[in-house]
Design a protein around this ligand. Sequence first.
Ligand SMILES: Cc1cc2nc3c(=O)[nH]c(=O)nc-3n(C[C@H](O)[C@H](O)[C@H](O)COP(=O)(O)OP(=O)(O)OC[C@H]3O[C@@H](n4cnc5c(N)ncnc54)[C@H](O)[C@@H]3O)c2cc1C
Length: 480
Amino acid sequence: MHNKAPQNSATRKILSNPARQAFAPQTPGPKATPAAPAAPVESTSPAKPRGKDSVQSKPPKRKSVQPVQNSGQRGPEVADVLILGAGAAGLMCAREAASKGLSVVLLERGPVPGRKLAVSGGGKANFTNRAVSPKDYRCDGSRGNAFCAPALKGFTPEHMLRLVQEWNLPFEERTHGQLFLTVSAQRLVRALTDDCRKHGCVIACGTTVTAVEALADGFSVQTEGGSWHGKALVLALGSPAWPQAGGGGAGYRLAEELGHNIIAPRAVLAPLRLNSDSPLLDLTGISLPVGVTLGQHCWEDDLLFTHEGLSGPAALKASLYWAEGAAITLNFLPEQDVAALMDAPQAGKQTPRALLARLLPQRLVDTLLPEETARRKVAELSRAARVAIVEAVQRHAVTPQATAGLKKAEACSGGVNTDEVDPKTMRSLLQKNLFVVGELLDVTGLLGGYNLHWAWASGMAAARELARSATARAAAPATD
Ligand SMILES: Cc1cc2nc3c(=O)[nH]c(=O)nc-3n(C[C@H](O)[C@H](O)[C@H](O)COP(=O)(O)OP(=O)(O)OC[C@H]3O[C@@H](n4cnc5c(N)ncnc54)[C@H](O)[C@@H]3O)c2cc1C
């Protein structure tokens, strides 16, 4: 049992907290030479990464510093929790676990934490939605999106709002219940990292994880600057979407190394490309609200025509459910009944072109309407011709060629198969004391604040379980 570890002053401090007792630092490992000059720490804990070249030294004094580009940063000799990836999910998990007394080290390859969070929501972070439920998510595991239910129940939009208010971050509600900050998303990153720091987390930036190994009593994590050890490991490495802000596929590889299966990732929440001969490509710049139907999914939102195809929230949402070869049905007048419009007595003398141009941009009407009927009087049109007009305007089928690539995708569907993860705790069912959170899991939300909410909810679920099991272990009678 770890409560037999030698007690220096820092160890005593940790042991004074029951949640920490279970994972108190162990007897120091083998001695070696330091790989890099001793760097400032953000932790009250008594050690540093054990690289091949590192050496045991006296417990460092507590200092409060910004996370820095530094592969020699010190952390606990054996952290209670090692979190890989300081994005939204990793930071939330770290904050909560550390607030419960666990020693936490976050390893982040970027120069600063939370880079994707900082660019989210156009820089204003659509941090949650008024209404969040499993139906807002896609999971391809056997439980489908029911997998999300326990974590979403444990951390609701109200919980997140309370935090945002505690942090004094102003916000506003936009359409469809989307909650955005009215200040820079960078402020949300700072609030999270300040909390992490306040609770003694080490955030080691500029630390690229290259390999992980499960040991009998925890995990060893290799980085370019040495190895780190943790009793528990949280994979919070996100997805390859938006590589400009740190997206990458390392999480999939590391999860596979630990025995997990990956559901093939796909760039989603991305614009949809159309074939180069599509007449819709002539509509660049037009934006309008539309209804979208794709399989059993349907919604109304704004569509933007671009020189490549379809963009705007309506198209980005479609990309989550679209599969190659599938057609999307667009309703350009979701609030109207075009058949009834044409049947109205006063419509008879007008052309369909003129009738519809009162409701839609003329360029769009001209692209949609069959040429042979567009300029004839409505009263002269056969029933079949009227049905064809309704089809063109209200049930317009488009088959995209592809989604725009990872560089334009706000997320990736796919990831660690949710069948291999406990839905209440994010605990791996395959590997002891391993947790998987955030976008790395095969859980992808629609546009609207759902992906950040999943990052918060899954990070919290893992942190609560880490604290619960640490307390349970501390309370258990010693067996050695
Ligand atoms: C442009 C854009 C806008 C978005 N806007 C919104 C929005 O407004 N609302 C919303 O709900 N969602 C939004 N999303 C989606 C949302 O940002 C993500 O789903 C969310 O950030 C995922 O959080 P995460 O912690 O799982 O992953 P990430 O935030 O991606 O964090 C993973 C971290 O792991 C680090 N990492 C990767 N590999 C390694 C390695 N080998 N070693 C060490 N560290 C590594 C990365 O640098 C990164 O910091 C947006 C996404 C993008 C790209």
